[in-house]
Design a protein. Structure first.
Length: 388
């Protein structure tokens, strides 16, 4: 009997071959007791032995819309907290990337948070796609997500949605190429740029490059050069914009005392220039400080070194700084390389330069809300040259 012809709740005979596909494997069960489907109820009549069906007792009653909605929600309600946990993990990952680019957290910490967040999110998505996951995995994943979100937000100092948006804006702003510079700082170290091309105002007889002594004697860190251009490993150092690093020496310059040097650094504004991979890097900072100091009458050296990897720079790279042979404190190394973002008012630093030791600058001037000791920039692998 066709299904559409049944309009009442009485039992109607049905042939065995017309039974629905889901009942056919359960014939033995149907022979023992009725089976209930979505619209019909099926049985085997104990008196006649024939198979029968009828409309379910409440099939003709229209259930209210809210009842169907509640049933739909009950079947899917457990997914809602999991989806919220997955979204929270995504936001934490985004915040970690932004904080890493901004330099608010270490690169290693950024990677750890990102990997943990992606792993947690993948596990939650796997649970959500299951039809009926068990209660234990759901509970454990929610607890882990809560702890991960709370600890990560506390570590990155994100306490509100406003803090989150501020972190994103500060990290991904594109003014003056700052975002590009931060990305470059994460994936590579700004090394000293060298060129074999001779500066145009130097006459080279017989195509031979001028010899400049940039080696460091064992008993003395100072060297003298015949040229005002700086050389390292037999090549000329150039700045970020491609110009040759050139030193202007004052014949009347003298070795300063520490107090005299400190007063000069306080007045000099080289450390306030923004660090930019395309226009002003460590080679340019050291060149400017040298020439400003010589002009002020202070004898200054241009120093080139090689640094090993550290948390913020995963590769080996060259670095440039300055040296002053003070009358009371001896040889003092000064690093005035600035930041690509807002920092302390004075960013002049003194540092101990010794092969095999960590290169850890220390601010010359103590300032409120700023630690005097700066982070390490890696191990000093070699002192390549000191040119006065």
């Amino acid at each position: 009997m066709p299904q559409e012809l049944i309009t009442d709740h009485d039992w109607h005979d049905i042939r065995r071959e017309d039974l629905p596909f889901w009942i056919r494997p359960r014939i033995a069960e149907l022979n023992r007791h009725p089976l209930v489907g979505k619209s019909f109820e099926y049985r085997r009549d104990p008196a006649t032995g024939r198979y029968q069906r009828r409309l379910r007792s409440y099939a003709s009653k229209l259930r209210p819309k809210w009842a169907r909605l509640m049933r739909w929600l009950r079947a899917r309600l457990w997914r809602i907290p999991l989806i919220i946990a997955a979204v929270a993990s995504v936001l934490i990952v985004i915040a970690a990337v932004a904080s890493g680019i901004s330099g608010l957290i270490r690169l290693a910490s950024c990677f750890a948070i990102v990997l943990a967040g992606i792993g947690l999110m993948a596990y939650i998505v796997r649970l959500v796609t299951r039809r009926r996951p068990r209660l234990v995995p759901i509970s454990v994943s929610l607890i882990v997500a809560l702890v991960f979100t709370w600890l990560s937000a506390a570590y990155m100092d994100i306490g509100s949605w406003s803090d989150f948006t501020t972190t994103l804006r500060s990290a991904f702003q594109t003014d003056d190429g700052e975002f590009r510079s931060r990305i470059d700082a994460l994936v590579e170290r700004s090394t000293l740029e060298l060129t074999d091309t001779v500066p145009p105002d130097i006459v080279v007889p017989d195509n031979e490059a001028p010899e400049v002594d940039t080696t460091v004697p064992e008993d003395d860190l100072s060297t003298s050069a015949e040229s005002d251009y700086v050389m390292c490993h037999g090549a000329y150092i150039i700045g970020a914009d491609g110009h040759y690093i050139e030193l202007f020496n004052n014949p009347d310059a003298h070795d300063p005392s520490w107090k005299e040097l400190e007063e000069f650094l306080r007045e000099d504004d080289t450390d306030t220039i923004p660090y930019d991979f395309s226009s002003f890097v460590c080679a340019d900072f050291a060149e400017r400080l040298h020439n400003n100091a010589e002009q002020a009458g202070l004898r200054t050296a241009y120093v080139t070194i090689t640094l090993g990897p550290c948390d913020y720079y995963p590769t080996i790279g060259g670095h440039a700084l300055n040296a002053f042979d003070t009358t009371d404190e001896g040889l003092v190394f000064v690093d005035c390389t600035g930041l690509s973002e807002q920092g302390p008012k004075y960013f002049d630093k003194v540092v101990s330069v010794e092969e095999g030791q960590e290169y850890q600058p220390r601010l010359v001037f103590k300032q409120s809300n700023w630690s005097t000791l700066c982070g390490t920039m890696g191990e000093v692998l070699s002192i390549d040259g000191i040119q006065w």
